[in-house]
Ligand binder design. Structure first.
Ligand code: UD1
Ligand code: MG
Length: 458
C-alpha cells in the first residue's frame, strides 16, 4: 500500500498493578518486550513512522520499541487524562502529515497485523475512523459498539452506558485507525464531559459522523486483544503466545511430541521435519534447520543447528553455537561460540567454547576447551578427522591439526601438528605383585582403628 502511516502507541499507563520498577510494556513475552511485539505488528501492517506515548522510562521504551528503518519517537504524557488526550500527546508527530494513523496499545501485545491492515484498507476506501471491535461473552468493562440502522454510531464506555447498552456484546478493542489528514481536527474536538471526566478517544466515532465523515468497524479475535495489568495476566499472555506459535510451527511441519513443554522465543525458527522432544527451551536467536532433532531437556540460545544434526538430551547451546549438517552434540555438553563441523561428534560431558571443530572430528567424553585464562578468552582449533581422547583439556590458544590423535587424559598446551599423536599426561608406572601388600596395609589400618574405638567404650 502506497500510503504513509503513523502508528501512535499508547503506553503511558502507570503499571501500578505490575508492582515493578519498570514500565509494564518493557516486560517480556517470549523473550521480547511487549512493546516490541506491538511494534512488529504495526510494522508489518505498513507503519512508516511511530510515536510512543509514555509516562515513564521514555528512553528505554523507545529503545525497546525501535524498528529497523522506521523513525520512532517518544512523547511524554505527564498527566493521564484519557485515551484521547494520550493520542494528542503525539500531536507533533501527527502534524507532520500522514495518510493513515493507527492507534495501538503498548500493553496489548498479542495483536497481529491483520486487523490493522484491514483498517488501513477501509481508510483507503474513504473511511475517516475505523474502529477495531470484537465479540465477547464477557463485555464488562469495555466500551460497547452502538449500532443504528446497520451503522456504527457511537462507542459507549461502561460507566456511561445504560443497562440496555451494557447488554451489547460487540465491544471496542481500543485500537483504531484514523484518516491522517483529518486526525488533528477530529481529536481537537474531544471533550471530557463524561462519567470519568476523561478525554475519550472513542468520542471520535460521533465526532467524525457529525462532521459528515464515514465510520466503520473491523473485527479482531478476542484472544489477540487481551491486555496486561498484572504478572498473572503476563503469564496468561505468555501461555497464549506460546500456544499460538507452537501451533503455527506444527502446522508448518515441525514435530513436537509434547508441545506444551516446549518454550519458544519470539524469533525461534524451526524448519520442516525437525523434531523437538519434550522440555526444550529456546532463548532468542535460534534457527533449527529442516530435519534436525532436538532431544529432551535441551536449552538453546543464539544458535544454529543444521539439517540432520542432533542435540541433547540435556545439551546446552549458547550464543554462537553453530552445528553443521549431521553433527552431534550429546548429553551434558555445552557449546558456546563454537562451530561443530559436518559429521563431528561431541557426545558426552564436553565443553566447547570459542572453538572450531573440523568435519568428522570425535571429541571423547569429558573433553574441555580451556578458553579462559581469568582475563581473556582464547581460541581452540580442532582439525578435521581428529580424535580427542576422553578427559582431555585443550588449553587455548591451541590448535590440533587435521587427523591428529590426543591421548586420553591429556592436558594439551602446545599445538599438535596434523596426523601427530600427542600425550600430555604422566607416564604409567608398573609395580608387579604390589597390590596384596597394599591391601594388607589398608586392612591393618582399619582393624587398628576399630580396636582403638572399642577400648574407649565404657
Ligand atoms: C479503553 C476504551 C474502551 C475499550 C478498552 C479496551 C476509551 C475511552 N475507552 O478503555 O472503549 O473497550 O480500552 O481495553 O478509549 N492510556 C494512556 N494515557 C491515558 C489513558 C490511557 O497512555 O491517559 C493507555 C493505557 O496505558 C492503556 C490504553 O491507553 O494502554 C487504554 O487505557 P485504559 O485506561 O485501559 O482504557 P479503558 O478504560 O480500559
Ligand atoms: Mg483498560
Amino acid at each position: 500500500m502506497n500510503r504513509s502511516c503513523l502508528a501512535v502507541i499508547l503506553a503511558a499507563g502507570d503499571s501500578t498493578r505490575m508492582k515493578s520498577s519498570m514500565s509494564k510494556v518493557l516486560h517480556p513475552i517470549a523473550g521480547q518486550p511487549m512493546i516490541a511485539h506491538v511494534m512488529a505488528a504495526v510494522a508489518e501492517a505498513g507503519m512508516t513512522d511511530a510515536a510512543l506515548v509514555v509516562g515513564r522510562d521514555a528512553e528505554k521504551v523507545a529503545k525497546a520499541g525501535s524498528v529497523e528503518g522506521v523513525a520512532v519517537s517518544a512523547y511524554l504524557q505527564t498527566e493521564r487524562l484519557g485515551t484521547g488526550h494520550a493520542v494528542l500527546a503525539a500531536r507533533e508527530a501527527i502534524a507532520k502529515g500522514f495518510d493513515d494513523i493507527l492507534v495501538a496499545y503498548g500493553d496489548v501485545p498479542l495483536i497481529t497485523p491483520q486487523p490493522f491492515t484491514e483498517a488501513r484498507e477501509k481508510l483507503a476506501e474513504g473511511a475517516d475512523v475505523v474502529v477495531i471491535g470484537f465479540n465477547t461473552d464477557k463485555p464488562t468493562g469495555y466500551g460497547r459498539l452502538i449500532v443504528e440502522n446497520g451503522e456504527l454510531v457511537a462507542i459507549r464506555e461502561e460507566k456511561d452506558a445504560t443497562d440496555e447498552e451494557r447488554k451489547i456484546t460487540w465491544c471496542n478493542s481500543g485500537l483504531m485507525a484514523i484518516n491522517g489528514a483529518k486526525a488533528l481536527d477530529l481529536l481537537g474536538k474531544i471533550g471530557n464531559k463524561n462519567a470519568k471526566g476523561e478525554y475519550y478517544l472513542t468520542d471520535l466515532v460521533e465526532i467524525a459522523r457529525a462532521a459528515g465523515g464515514k465510520v466503520v468497524a473491523v473485527n479482531a479475535p478476542e484472544e489477540e486483544l487481551a491486555g496486561c495489568n498484572t504478572r498473572a495476566e503476563l503469564a496468561v499472555l505468555e501461555r497464549f503466545w506460546q500456544e499460538r506459535r507452537r501451533h503455527e510451527l506444527m502446522l508448518s511441519g515441525v514435530t513436537m511430541i509434547a508441545p506444551e513443554t516446549v518454550f519458544l522465543a519470539f524469533d525461534t525458527q524451526i524448519g520442516q521435519d525437525a523434531v523437538i522432544e519434550p522440555n526444550v527451551v529456546f532463548g532468542p536467536g535460534v534457527s533449527i534447520e529442516a530435519g534436525a532433532v532436538i532431544h529432551a531437556f535441551s536449552h538453546i540460545e543464539g544458535a544454529r543447528v543444521s539439517g540432520g544434526a542432533t542435540v541433547g538430551p540435556f545439551a546446552r547451546l549458547r550464543p554462537g553455537a553453530d552445528l553443521a549438517t549431521g553433527s552431534k552434540v550429546g548429553n551434558f555438553c555445552e557449546v558456546k561460540n563454537g562451530r561443530i563441523g559436518e559429521g563431528a561428534k561431541v557426545n558426552h560431558l564436553t565443553y566447547v567454547g570459542d572453538a572450531t571443530v573440523g568435519a568428522n572430528a570425535n571429541l571423547g567424553a569429558g573433553t574441555i576447551t580451556c578458553n579462559y585464562d581469568g582475563v581473556n578468552k582464547h581460541l581452540t582449533e580442532i582439525g578435521a578427522n581428529t580424535f580427542i581422547g576422553s578427559n582431555s583439556s585443550l588449553v587455548a590458544p591451541v590448535s590440533i591439526g587435521d587427523g591428529a590423535y590426543v591421548a586420553s587424559g591429556s592436558v594439551i598446551t602446545e599445538n599438535v601438528p596434523a596426523d601427530a599423536l600427542a600425550f600430555g599426561r604422566a607416564r604409567q608406572e608398573m609395580k608387579p605383585g604390589r597390590a596384596p601388600a597394599l591391601r594388607e596395609r589398608a586392612l591393618a589400618f582399619k582393624a587398628a582403628k576399630k580396636a582403638a574405638q572399642d577400648a574407649e567404650k565404657p
